[in-house]
Design a protein around this ligand. Sequence first.
Ligand code: MN
Length: 755
Amino acid sequence: MIEIRPLEEIEEYTNCLDDLQDRFQRLIQTIIAYHPEEDTDEIERAFVFAANAHAEAKRASGLPYIVHPLEVSTILAGMEIDAPSIKAGLLHDTVEDNERIRIEDIRKLFGAEVAGLVEGVTKLKSKKEDDEPPLSAGDETRPEGRKRGKVVDIERQAENLRLMLLAVANDFRVMLIKLADRLHNMRTLEFMPEDKQQRTALETRQIYAPLAHRLGVNQLKWELEDLAFKFLEPDQFKEIADLVESTRAEREEEIKVVIDLIQKSLAREGIHAVIQGRPKHLYSIYNKMLNQGIRFEDIYDLTAVRIIVESELECYSSLGVVHKLFTPLLGLFSDHIANPKPNMYQSLHTKVMGPNKKPLEVQIRTFDMHRMAEYGVAAHWLYKEGSGQTREWFDRKMAFINRQLFQWNEGDQSGSDYLQNIIEVLLADQVFVVTPQRDVIDLPKGSTPVDFAYRIHTNLGDHTVQATVNGRMVPLNTELKNGDVVAIIQRANAQPSLDWLSFVKTPHARTKIRQFHRKLNYPDNVQRGREMLEREMQRLSGDARASIKPEALEEVAKAMNYLSVDDLLAAIGAGQAGAQGVVSRLREPEAPGEDRILTGQASESSLTISAGGLEDLLISRAPCCHPLPGEDVIGYVTQGRGVTMHRRACKNVASLESQSPDRLTGISWPSGNSERFSVPVRVIALDRVGLLQDIGSVFNIADINISEANVRRQMNRQSVLDLLPEVASVAQLEAILAKLNSMADVIDAYRVTDA
Ligand code: MN
């Protein structure tokens, strides 16, 4: 943490104290204007903290850095936003700029809400800054390079946008702070190096302005667009700015006449209205000239008139008055009050023949509609909370935000092809859905309510019985769409169904469902494994009271790479490990043939197969344990002077060892052998059409032949496949088992062994 001193005591601020206080007072005045009861001491505390945090930093303009957060908050206050956002605006760069400040400090000093906002904004930023710069001007001259660059750029931007959307959906105010931050950075962009100017301006035009538009924050959208225009097409910008300026006086005179006329007529009807002459922003003039191929002189509606009144009724009355004063132009009236635009914009639009025989655009709306038009969802962000309809109002707003953020495909009007491309990349393999608590969850495309449930919590997934999407009950295999609100209905005694494996999309859900079913049988398997082990022990030792020493068993479990004794017992109980093999390991220390076996490697030279095939030396693989290259093996000399090769852990080695230890002999696999060896494999899978082909193709791709296959159908809709693939090594077998185990319908795949 840092020491907080009054501004007067901070050396760096001695020369600019008045300027900073002026700027801060302007911020406070803006807030008081719309929220007189605001606790300005709290806001001042945030300001002083930020000023201390940034004391040593400067903006590129040479001004103290604290000017930036002050201006960002003033932009936010202009949108009549709540106090936590204002404070977060003041604090938004502190954690990033000053390494001695952590988000926990902000939380302690200013509360969780403000800290959450600062964290949201910080996260968005650090992600961006890590990335390479987007398209540079030089790319234009290299068509190929540009193409490649663009694809990468779009993918990178899609990832950024994904983070942004998640942050925004979590708390919309994060986006407003980010937009205000960007706006002030654009206002001061002239101090940055040329390439940075181009990059930032391009990104503003391609991403931030369209997002602002989409969310209806037009006040910011217009300024962002004009500033981007200024840096991206400086010549055209200047030309249009000069043209607008040179005709301004004349135009203002005309408008003044019109406004007076309307004002008087409205007053006669008892309507008190605020009437504004609204200058069009420069980028829209430029676009109009470009798109419609017209000259500046031919754009008549450079100025429009806006009438703001108290009530909806007065809007229609005012329309009547305007149409009586001026001749309406046919077909150019639209009622966006009765039919609000998708971004909730409401107004009456009409075009009339103005006094100088020039068309004049007139917009009529209430004050509330005006706020909505300028600030979109940001309007009245929190101060309406006190009123009666709070909840419903808030719900409507959030539903709107979710729709705007996540349903891009249907009739998008963002006005940016580039953003549209990013969205397409983003939505090509992802889907954003919303919890009833309004948390946004991103899932792979094709995900279902079951994937959703497991993403939220394993426990929820395991107990899912039903799901609703947007309030309607749906089947659990329903494919989720962007913006869907998904709720899971759970029951304490419910269990995941194995059927789910056939439709879940996420590996996470698949693993969890399998895990559940393995766990389900786990206690039984442990019990059975213990019994099998004890029986085997008694049989081999001939002692009906022989028991297993727990320490010895633990050693063996560890040696066989099991996490616990229970895991080993469960494996025995499930038939994945042989009881006899374990007993042989348990008995190993006192076994008579111990030395021969243990020193097998040392004496192997005499018998090592070094040339020719295995057959040359009459060595055959034992049918009990099917040893494979890469495994630890041992030989048993048979009566006919041939040698049988066993896995070192094979149960039979243990009994041979006690009967005729002198016949055991160390051998090893020849190297460079290209032979294939068959090994029994069992696959337990969900019964469905085409399952066999799918499993077969896993072997086909690995170029592994299956010499035998046997399928049994079980009562519980499972199939047991006993296969005899021919593999080159234990490593290849393990790889194929791993692949089988990752298949959606496969519950388990393992090597069958008696050992
Ligand atoms: Mn900033």
